[in-house]
Design a protein around this ligand. Structure first.
Ligand code: G3H
Ligand code: 13P
Ligand code: ZN
Length: 323
């Protein structure tokens, strides 16, 4: 199956009322874990690369690893997506052959200060024109997602950072984006919540309200790792030092999916799964030193976690939709 655009994937997901995980990739083992999980569960796939990932792996290496996935898993529809791009990163991703880009216009160029609504509209429109001219989809963001974006965990989220439903309507009308990332109290990274989050910190009602106002816009949840307690326990048991923390419960994500969430971004959980498995291997086999042995442990654990998410988000079984 050829590579497909995010628009095509999310239109089908909306018809079928399911969500699709956007899993971050930086290296070969992560891509293999996602593709194996997708094959096992017959899921459509979003492989997404951040600017940091493109820099870490080298643009050409990473792009060709993703093309290899497309060649080796011909039965699966795959979106190649730029995650959190600047205008420059989005344009280079479009030129390179990615089928979807996220323009992160919610922040100024320092990647820290919230951008004005007008500037966000301006840069998003510029990327929509550039990308749509080449048949590439665009995700944009309105509001500020905590963590990498403001240095704060979601518990400290200022309410003015949440996506305003009136502005969301205007933003989508002005820009013509294919998907909209909304800020509802989640944050990037492992330290999201200092206790299991309830409705006071995770503002799922915003999703319900935005979806009511924009029933035809695909919504995206960032910072959606669930931070499984058993993975934290395993990491710490084998020498790690991660402080107590909680993520976004899968049940809340499923509630979002019932209200228009179609793309769910997950990176941290894949990092935790890989790290737990490798830490365990190192402690149990101090005599071993072949990277293939411990990297395959990490890859297997990652595949298992991703397959669970694919089933929970409802994308499992839907690779068939694109035949
Ligand atoms: O949105 C953030 C993703 O987890 C990517 O993180 O910038 O460290 O690659 P990164
Ligand atoms: P997590 O840190 O919760 O995995 O979020 C990832 C993300 O939003 C990537 O864009
Ligand atoms: Zn994100």
């Amino acid at each position: 199956m050829a590579l497909i655009t995010l628009r095509k994937l999310l239109d089908k997901a909306a018809e079928g009322q399911y969500g699709v995980g956007g899993f971050n990739v930086n290296n070969m083992e992560q891509i293999q874990a996602i593709m194996e999980a997708a094959r096992e569960t017959s899921s459509p796939v979003i492989l997404q690369a951040s600017r940091g990932a493109r820099q870490y792996a080298n643009d050409t290496f990473l792009y060709h690893l993703m093309l290899a996935a497309n060649e080796l898993y011909p039965e699966l529809p795959i979106v190649l997506h730029q995650d959190h791009g600047s205008a420059e990163a989005c344009k280079s991703a479009v030129d390179m052959g990615y089928t979807s880009v996220m323009i992160d216009g919610s922040l100024k160029d320092d990647h820290k200060t919230p951008n004005s609504f007008e500037d966000n509209v301006r840069v998003t429109k510029e990327i929509v024109e550039y990308a749509h001219a080449k048949g590439v989809s665009v995700e944009a963001e309105l509001g500020v997602i905590g963590g990498i974006e403001d240095g704060a965990g979601a518990g400290d989220m200022k309410s003015e950072y949440l996506t305003d439903p009136d502005q969301a309507v205007e933003f989508v009308k002005e820009t013509g984006v294919d998907a909209l990332a909304v800020a509802i109290g989640t944050s990037h990274g492992v330290y999201k919540f200092s206790k299991k989050p309830d409705h006071s910190v995770l503002v799922m009602d915003r999703i319900v309200e935005i979806h009511k106002r924009l029933p035809n816009t695909h919504l995206v949840m960032h910072g959606s790792s669930s931070v499984p307690q058993e993975l934290l326990q395993e990491i710490n048991q084998y020498g790690g030092a991660i402080k107590p923390t909680w993520g976004v419960p899968v049940k809340e994500i499923q509630m979002g999916i019932r209200h228009g969430v179609r793309k769910i971004n997950v990176d941290t959980d894949t990092r935790l799964a890989v790290t737990a498995a490798i830490r365990k291997f190192f402690v149990e086999h101090p005599e071993k030193f072949d990277p293939r042995e411990y990297l395959s442990e990490g890859r297997t654990a990652n595949k298992k976690m991703i397959a669970e998410r694919m089933k929970a988000f409802g994308q499992a079984g839907h690779a068939e939709d694109f035949k």
